[in-house]
Design a protein around this ligand. Structure first.
Ligand SMILES: CC(C)(COP(=O)(O)OP(=O)(O)OC[C@H]1O[C@@H](n2cnc3c(N)ncnc32)[C@H](O)[C@@H]1OP(=O)(O)O)[C@@H](O)C(=O)NCCC(=O)NCCS
Length: 165
């Protein structure tokens, strides 16, 4: 690609860029469901700030620009919820999403003791489902968010890392 995108833990200074990036990236999901009230679009900057402070958050950077992000947290049952994976539309399809996912999985397992990883994605989001299945996730059920979109719930055990993006 002739450029270097690096993955690192997010700092509180990144919250505003993450907030703006997720607003941009999730427009395509909103269009897919005809629903512009999906959680990543209505989340407030303060709420993003709280998550960056409390959760396991990673960013992909290109120079000073945050071009991707993901976050996760371990629940009481030992499963880590991973969510809000997003990559700037102009940089999608180069493996950055896969790298972010692996970074979150490794940190959640190694530093936070996650035994399993859990993800949600909209039932019509074929490319997301492909990405998650390729790195070992399997459907375990469905759920319906407050926004009404039917979500597929996927899980995989910790310790099964993919070797390719
Ligand atoms: C989902 C999302 C984060 C994926 O990010 P990404 O950086 O494009 O992900 P990757 O590049 O790792 O994988 C995407 C595709 O690129 C392909 N790819 C990865 N590396 C590649 C490379 N070096 N060259 C060519 N293609 C490549 C992958 O095989 C994959 O193909 P597929 O769609 O046929 O499965 C991004 O599309 C996004 O922000 N979407 C909107 C928000 C969203 O829906 N988030 C998920 C919520 S659950």
């Amino acid at each position: 690609m002739g450029m270097s995108v690096t993955i690192s833990a997010a700092t509180e200074q990144d919250a505003e860029q993450i907030f703006r990036l997720q607003y941009l990236c999730f427009q395509s999901e909103a269009a897919l469901y005809g629903n512009y009230r999906i959680d990543p679009l209505v989340q407030t900057l303060d709420s993003v700030r709280e998550e960056v402070a409390a959760d396991c958050v990673f960013v992909a950077r290109l120079g000073d620009e945050v071009v991707g992000s993901v976050r996760g947290r371990v629940a009481e049952d030992g499963a880590a919820s991973i969510g809000k994976l997003c990559v700037h539309p102009r940089l999608q399809g180069h493996g950055i999403g896969g790298r972010l996912l692996r970074a979150a999985e490794s940190a959640l397992a190694e530093k936070h003791g996650a035994k399993r990883f859990r993800l949600h994605t909209g039932h019509r989001s074929e490319s997301n489902l492909r990405l998650y299945r390729r790195v070992g996730y399997e459907t375990v059920g469905t759920s319906q968010g407050a926004d009404g979109v039917l979500m597929i719930v996927l899980e995989k055990p910790a310790g099964t890392y993919a070797t390719t993006a």
